[in-house]
Design a protein around this ligand. Structure first.
Ligand code: MRU
Length: 337
């Protein structure tokens, strides 16, 4: 298992590995208030769907420890910090239920720790289930960062790659740079390097060319929200990868814990897509890369239709060729375990 731990809760204190400084520097943010946690999520110091849910859960603990009346205000603030990943609302809802039942800070803290620990355990299971779908000497392509940095540990899509690597089943991992935040170039490369996994970075626009020229067995990606019919919101560019993969006969695997499923969204068109400031495209670290006054459209997620997805892997099982019925069956069946 990976030793990277982006969220550390120790002695009632929350420390977040500031992912904006990676890979150049390992800096930590110390959060003592829910407001700071909400800002860290909004500014993407902590990022990745499961990780922001975990951080938000700890944010609620920080809020009620200062003032037990502050729960609803902190909830609203944290819920508004990023719109697409449903794990955030899922974690906050779970904390709200507990708070309504007990009104006890120690119980709330234990629930946040449980959310954190469960995510790691689920990722280890996802790793096993997903790795079993890969051939020997697999050549895979991944997008964004779905590793230990984005989760409670191990990772989802990258967790599958990690598990398969431990089984000596990975020949090569191609990973996109993932503009404009470069989660692939900065973060996935960092994690792959630490694990000694053979990998090559590609520009986002090189993916179709790669599939045309080299054998790629699977595109493996994470998810920020999976609708009831299997449509999947994930980092911008995932949809284009899935289209290119279908054209070239490459299979597409989506890996996510059950906290990423949102049965309240019937299809992907109901998933809110975050748009971030134009400056994230027109500037790079404060330096203009487009003429002054350029306008830009900066959606940071897209929706891949279920028809382009060959497998969804969650800790409860694997769904091949996802449909609404298969999803509902898997989620209902394990909810009773
Ligand atoms: O904007 P980000 O970096 O939070 O986006 C992250 C992704 O899109 C990941 O693929 C997704 O959250 C899954 S992380 C296990």
């Amino acid at each position: 298992m990976s030793s990277v731990q982006p969220i550390v809760w120790k002695d009632g204190r929350l420390r977040l590995l500031d992912q904006r400084s990676l890979p150049h520097a390992v800096c930590w943010l110390e959060c003592t208030r829910a407001e700071e946690v909400a800002e860290a999520i909004h500014a993407m110091a902590v990022r990745g769907a499961p990780a922001i849910g975990i951080a938000a859960a700890y944010g609620l603990v920080l809020a009620v420890r200062r003032d037990p009346e502050a729960f609803d205000r902190a909830y609203a603030l944290l819920a508004a910090s990023r719109p697409t990943a449903v794990n955030l609302r899922w974690a906050l809802e779970r904390m709200r239920k507990l708070w309504q039942q007990t009104q006890h800070v120690a119980h709330l803290e234990a629930e946040a720790v449980r959310i954190h620990d469960e995510d790691l355990a689920q990722n280890l299971r996802i790793g096993e289930l997903g790795a079993a779908l890969l051939p020997e000497q697999a050549r895979v392509l991944t997008h964004c960062n779905t590793g230990a940095l984005a989760t409670g540990g191990h990772g989802t899509a990258l967790g599958i790659i990690r598990t398969a690597h431990a089984q000596s089943r990975i020949a090569m991992v191609y990973h996109t740079e993932t503009r404009p935040w470069l989660q692939g170039a900065r973060l996935t490369a960092w994690e792959l390097q630490q694990e000694g996994i053979a990998s090559r970075l590609i520009a986002d626009g090189a993916a179709a060319h790669l599939m045309a020229r080299e054998k790629i067995d699977w595109v493996i990606v994470g998810a920020d929200r999976i609708a009831a019919n299997g449509d999947t919101a994930n980092k911008i560019g995932t949809y284009a990868l899935a289209i290119a993969a279908r054209h070239h006969g490459v299979r597409v695997m989506v890996a996510a814990p059950s906290s990423t499923f949102d049965l309240r969204c019937a299809s992907g068109s109901e998933i809110p897509i975050e748009e971030r400031p134009a400056s994230e495209l027109t500037e790079f670290r404060g330096l203009a890369v487009a003429p002054a006054g350029s306008s830009a459209f900066n959606p940071v997620f897209d929706v891949t239709p279920a028809t382009l997805i060959d497998a969804i892997v969650c800790e409860r099982g694997v769904i091949l060729a996802p449909t609404a019925d298969k999803l509902a069956r898997l989620l209902a069946q394990d909810a009773t375990q």
